[in-house]
Write a protein that binds this ligand. Sequence first.
Ligand code: SAH
Length: 367
Amino acid sequence: MASPTVLPLVFDAPKRGLPPRHLADLDVAGRRSAVEALGEKPFRAEQLSRHYFAGRAPEQMTDLPAAVRERLTADLLPPLLSVVREVDCDEGSTVKTLWRGHDGTLVESVLMRYPGRTTVCVSSQAGCGMACPFCATGQAGLTRNLSTAEIVQQVVAAARAESARGGRVSNVVFMGMGEPLANYARVVGAVRRIVDPAPHGMGIGQRSLVVSTVGLVPAIRRLTEENLQVTLALSLHAPDDELRDTLVPVNTRWPVKEVLAAAFGYTTRTGRRLSIEYALISGVNDQPWRADLLAKRLSGKLVHVNLLPLNPTPGSVWDASPAPVEQAFVRRLRAAGVNATVRDTRGREIAGACGQLSAAQSSSVQT
Ligand code: SAH
């Protein structure tokens, strides 16, 4: 029987705890009318947007008269997230930032610099309500949704840091804290601000964005209708319902076949290759027969399997699969004609790797 508690979570996210309204929460028309309501000409909205999305601070917005700038920034650019701490590893090429929201909420983002590309991994919620037992964020439950502007701000801050070094952010992945599709409207708003060209947004290519989900089927279907070109990643982690029910509890509501059908519906509509996320857990989901079943479910589809060794969370009873088991799993998938690679695990030593983001853990480590 359908669980009565899951569906409302998908679309009717609580507004509780959201920060004051910000420029990045509004669409183009909303920004213009907000500026007009403050007694300014609508074109000022474009000027302010161009500066904000380029990562400029108010004092750098020199084409706005001082009085106008003050009025507009006070109302439309309220402070949202302040840096609590930054830690880096991999010789500075991975940087994790812990942010504090207006209400004390803690979230994290991770910047990863690779040769030729820079990726920001953003949080979409403080905490997460999906309760996957292997994920650090899932252990603490959901604190609240992030606003559109709080999500965008993580990318803008990274863009500012990159441009100071002569670089730019090329990719954005919604793989930080939270279930993006459980905060649907705000996440889609953030996607639009990130991809819209200047002056209305940051101008990052749609195909350079990844939205990762546990598989909220109605929300995947809704995303399919948005006319976007972002990559969808599905956190599958098991090809059979019996195991997936325990690893990704929302599977009890939308089982493997149903979630794959919805995800491939997205692929058919957008032409985008589906990413399947599969964390290899020793002795749990890494058996040859599961590789074969996974291959069978994906065979002939436009799909890529991202395997990654589990990052054990503190106190976890599980461990990553040994390298030979991992290699055997990849080989079986490839032999069946399914694209598969093993993902790197950047940021491990700063607890910034996949599934390790946890406000509880971060706040207890004082600097
Ligand atoms: N809620 C979304 C996005 C956040 S997590 C989702 O589940 O897709 C991003 C990815 O990290 C997901 O595939 C998630 O299953 C994976 N992950 C979580 N904890 C992990 C861990 N301890 N080791 C490896 N991957 C993990």
